[in-house]
Ligand binder design. Sequence first.
Ligand code: CO
Length: 136
Amino acid sequence: MGLEARLEHVAIAVTDLDAAVAVYNAVLGRPATGREVVESEQVRIAFFDLGDSRLELLEPTVADSPVGRFLARRGPGLHHIALEVGDIEAALERCQAAGLAPIGEAPRRGAGGRRIAFLHPAGTGGVLLELSARTG
Ligand code: CO
């Protein structure tokens, strides 16, 4: 807690999860670490552990969802990066004081039961940023 921070994951939006898994399987030389459906985000994910962080592949479960609309607008590609914070409420307070707007309910429950919040890319240099905290 406190000063520690780390890259929790990098998330890529894909239209075909199995095809994307096969690509990263070839790149990394090993199978995906796991899969999960995250109802709150309307995505099906596959992830690859990368040391202290991970790569997430996101496929929308329905077209009319944030990731589905992203794909329709921009096509597959880098969707967001997630930074781990120790105290997500404190981080959100700091962000809001700095004029950064959360998107949707914040914090909410994300993959792996983590508490997450998204910050609008307009304030973060054009990158959709996820704050992510361990539960507990
Ligand atoms: Co994420």
